[in-house]
Design a protein around this ligand. Structure first.
Ligand code: TYD
Length: 213
């Protein structure tokens, strides 16, 4: 099983993924946790390039190809082998991030992005994608605070530095894209406390991937 988490910055994806891993492991599942960008060795170098605030001169197309390169490497070296080994793979961001950030956010053609994603994922599509939905003002506040506490404002702050209007487009983009892919993508309200949000995540897993947990 392959489950991906999506959403704007600061929705609590990392926390929810860790909780889901603990929950699945307590049910005897072997779980592998990963993320994009940066889920493979080469991907970690790409991640630095992609997220450093100094790289604000990356063109939208360059950015796109770096994310796709990261994904192709991640699928080939990490996601597919882990799935083949029988693990449940939980991934923080995947192909839908490209549709939403590079498409709805940067204005690149969605159909082109779908085709390029097909090349990058090479048949490895998530069984379920959970979008954690949150007001961008709240999410951005959390993400900016977290990055400055972790000393990552420079190293990982390129997207947090975008204007609120960009993040609003991203949120709307996720909701639109989820509505277009209802079978695979489910939206969970992430505005309440971590326990309540996890209750929603569990409910989605139980209803859409029966037998997993
Ligand atoms: P990350 O620190 O993982 O964000 P978060 O903690 O919010 O999950 O940074 C990843 C950033 O890269 C995030 O702002 C979204 C962006 N991104 C894209 O623009 N396209 C993509 O295909 C992916 C995977 C991420």
């Amino acid at each position: 099983m392959f489950v991906t988490f999506e959403g704007i910055e600061g929705t609590g994806k990392t926390t929810q993924i860790a909780r889901l891993r603990d929950h699945l492991e307590s049910r005897g599942r072997e779980v592998f946790l990963t993320r994009e960008p940066g889920g493979s060795r080469v991907g970690r170098e790409l991640r630095q390039m992609l997220l450093h605030v100094n790289n604000s001169d990356l063109t939208a197309i360059t950015e796109l190809f770096l994310y796709l390169a990261d994904r192709a490497q991640h699928v080939a070296q990490v996601v597919r082998p882990q799935l083949e080994a029988g693990r449940v793979v939980l991934c923080d961001r995947f192909a839908d991030s490209t549709i939403v950030y590079q498409g709805f956010g940067r204005g690149l053609d969605i159909d082109m992005l779908r085709q390029l994603n097909e090349v990058a994922v090479d048949g490895v599509w998530p069984d379920l994608t959970i979008v954690l939905d949150l007001d961008p003002e709240v999410g951005l506040e959390r993400a900016t605070r977290r990055n400055s506490e972790d000393g990552k404002a420079m190293a990982e702050g390129r997207f947090e530095a975008e204007h609120l209007s960009f993040h609003r487009r991203i949120r709307e983009g996720y909701l639109t894209w989820a509505a277009l892919n209802r079978d695979r993508i489910k939206v969970a309200d992430a505005s309440s406390g971590s326990d309540e949000v996890f209750g929603r995540v569990r409910a989605l897993i139980e209803s859409h991937l029966p037998g997993l947990a």
